[in-house]
Design a protein around this ligand. Structure first.
Ligand code: PMV
Length: 349
């Protein structure tokens, strides 16, 4: 396409995209966000980034022309990251330097809520830019390309361009799996896992002391790197089987092992660090005791931070939320718990 025949030269798109929570964790990468191991996650329903982009054709520039505001405030740190992001995706969006973009973004969840905002932010941006691409060129980009663009912003974002359960990373157990993009889980999801809940217990609202970027880097020379990669492959197989069969016992075993392995890897890297807090451990032990006493299906997972995600099926919602209110909420910063559940994925408004 020459620069004179765009179908549309100005307009506005609005997109919402969810955060996601990984069960088998992506930890360690090669450039640029090529994962060392496969991962699986589900998208959340309430933890959403809303992004709207107003676009207008301008004479071709040498640089990207855009403004960015997060919750109506300019954000210099993210503006700089956007240049890197645009450079990485420009080959898919050749018009990027011929349009001015006014990007406005906001989250439905509070900052430092323990919910990864980079996943929902880059997924929303990738989908919005793909929609602009369609509006101005008439060409529709495929979901793998959109997921790949999101990955070039932040690895886990590639799983947030879809709803429900998604996998990312090459694994012999999934045909067509790729390190470049995520895809919806290919095997069937048993009803037990179709409406899974995630209540996020905010042990701390502080900024984490070591970023995921640094954590991924520390996997490069990690003494347990090969073992970790083998473990993640084995866990992918077990978890997809558990999700297909509706097996909460096996799901629990793998999910908690993955969460604690992630933190074990942090504690055994050089330099070593620990993101868990005393209250994280208190909650973990309470969850395990409660499960033993009641036989109720619930388990925990943990992202790269101290907050604990309590996972349970819809059928146990009442009992688990009563348990959280009675026994766990007191371990949370300002008693804060965010109830969420599996969601349908991004929307173009
Ligand atoms: O996408 P990043 O670089 O923020 O890394 C995410 C890493 C974990 O959240 C710990 C695991 C995952 O698979 O989402």
């Amino acid at each position: 396409m020459t620069k004179t025949n765009y179908i549309k030269i100005e307009g506005r798109v609005s997109v919402s995209a969810p955060s996601n929570i990984a069960i088998v964790k992506y930890w360690g990468k090669k450039d640029i966000q090529i994962p060392e191991n496969p991962s699986i996650s589900f998208s959340l329903n309430n933890a959403i980034t809303q992004t709207s982009i107003q676009y207008k054709r301008i004479p071709l520039q040498d640089i990207f022309s855009y403004d960015f505001a997060f919750e109506n405030k300019t954000n210099k740190a993210f503006e700089k990251k956007l240049v890197t992001f645009f450079n990485r995706i420009e080959n898919k969006l050749p018009w990027l330097k011929s349009f001015y973009l006014n990007i406005q973004s906001s989250n439905t969840f509070p900052h430092s809520s323990g919910i990864a905002s980079s996943a929902s932010s880059y997924a929303a941006l990738a989908i919005a830019l793909a929609e602009i691409h369609t509006q101005i060129t008439g060409e529709k980009l495929s979901m793998p390309i959109i997921s790949e663009m999101a990955r070039l912003g932040s690895g886990s974002a590639c799983r947030s361009v879809y709803g429900a359960w998604n996998t990312w990373g090459e694994t012999p157990i999934i045909n067509g799996s790729s390190n470049k993009y995520a895809q919806p889980l290919k095997t069937k999801t048993h009803p037990n896992f179709q409406n899974i809940h995630d209540s996020i217990l905010l042990v701390s609202k502080k900024e984490k002391s070591v970023s995921s970027t640094v954590g991924h880097q520390l996997m490069e020379n990690h003494p347990y790197k090969e073992g970790r990669i083998r473990q993640a492959h084995a866990n992918m197989k077990l978890i997809t089987e558990a999700i297909e069969q509706g097996n909460w016992t096996s799901f629990t075993e793998i999910t908690e092992l993955e969460a604690l392995s992630l933190h074990g890897l942090m504690m055994s890297s050089t330099p070593s660090y620990c993101l868990l807090e005393p209250n994280s451990l208190a909650i973990i032990n309470k969850i395990r005791d409660f499960r033993l006493e009641t036989n109720i299906d619930l388990c925990f997972t943990i992202d790269a931070g101290p907050n604990i995600h309590v996972l349970y099926p819809e059928s146990n919602k009442k009992q688990v939320q009563e348990f959280i209110d009675g026994d766990l909420r007191k371990f949370c910063s300002d008693n804060t718990v965010i109830h969420d559940y599996i969601g349908l994925g991004p929307k173009i408004n």
